[in-house]
Design a binder for this molecule. Sequence first.
Ligand code: ADP
Ligand code: ASP
Ligand code: MG
Length: 409
Amino acid sequence: MALVVQKFGGTSVADVDRIRSVAERVAASRARGDQVVVVVSAMAGETNRLLGLARAIAPSPDDRESDALVATGEQVTAALAALALQQVGVPARSFLGHQVRIETDSAYGRARIVRVDVERLQQTLAAGTVAVVAGFQGVDGEGRITTLGRGGSDTSAVALAAALGAEACEIYTDVDGVFTSDPRIVPRARKLERISYDEMLELASLGAKVLQIRSVEFAKRYHVPVHVRSSFNQEEGTWVVEEEATMNEVSVAGIAHDGDQAKLTLLQVPDHPGVAARLFGPIARANIIVDMIVQNVSEKGATDVTFTVPRGDYEKARALAEGVAREIGAQGVTSELNVAKVSIVGVGMRTHAGIAARMFDVLAAESINIQMITTSEIKVSVVIDAKYTELAVRALHDAFIGSAGTEAK
Ligand code: ADP
Ligand code: ASP
Ligand code: MG
């Protein structure tokens, strides 16, 4: 008898019919002898609707109340899924984050899971009942409801799979698996059979929102095999697993894009020790994740510093940067919002030379200007004008992965 965690995303619980079909799938797994813990997202569009309501009342809503509000989306689907299971003869019970006890820190809106208590879930399973857990939510040390950031139900599911020692975590979504590129942008993208944790981690961090980054971090740390697959058919999806030797044979496994970026530049920053710390310290303390940083060569004792942040944090980052610019005597701050990051990812880059140069050639051939570049062992990212995103992703896909192949569903 295997224990599996099955997570159903927003489109997979979008309405009553979809919830019924979730119940049938869970019932089938159970009929095969598996114990199942179900994790659900809110119905597609619901989290945005709730955030919109909060903003209609308060332009920048208190983040604690905002979390209390948006967490309700998953409460609805958890209870409905439990009802649907009961309706097909499967004993089921829903759990909210605090009832399981998924404990998080107090970073409202982007909380991190610090502890998962699975005793009550284990008792429920032992009694032959399916536990349906509301994804995306937890409770902090003060007893307040927290949410885990957009796409956070993936992380709820993998964290539960890790804590329960589940055999696998199945992520049911609206595409057939992890593709070589977002199938909505590259129709020729191919479904990957297997991808390593590290490659998936890079793809997720670089914009492939099929899995939330933290879910992949958990999976890697606790060795949880993750199976990303469609809730609309029975096809085998993509396994996210430990790296295998054959994965090094291809140089580029996937291409990701992220249009959710903003670029800020501090002009004429005095070039002496401690300046970078003065700038990035306050930004880090504001919980803003800085992605790329480029510092130019110092000319006459001053240098420009350019960096990117998630678009949602732009206003906060700009205000902080302007404050620091005044303090340290920089000339000022400029910014650009119409930028996108396009990245190529593959563990094979460790053993294949010239991948970055080829990427730059491909972009040059399309007359796309590169504004910033960063590399790691297994990825190369560039920042470009957002209007060229699709062109860049398709050209890179053709060059590195091939234009042939089956059309993505
Ligand atoms: P869910 O609501 O099920 O969590 P998401 O919308 O969060 O679903 O994630 C699935 C979406 O991720 C797909 O519809 C697809 O457009 C997008 N996506 C981006 N990059 C990729 C990729 N490389 N492979 C598969 N899907 C991707
Ligand atoms: N409902 C949340 C969101 O829309 C969490 C999730 O779906 O994973 O981001
Ligand atoms: Mg998601």
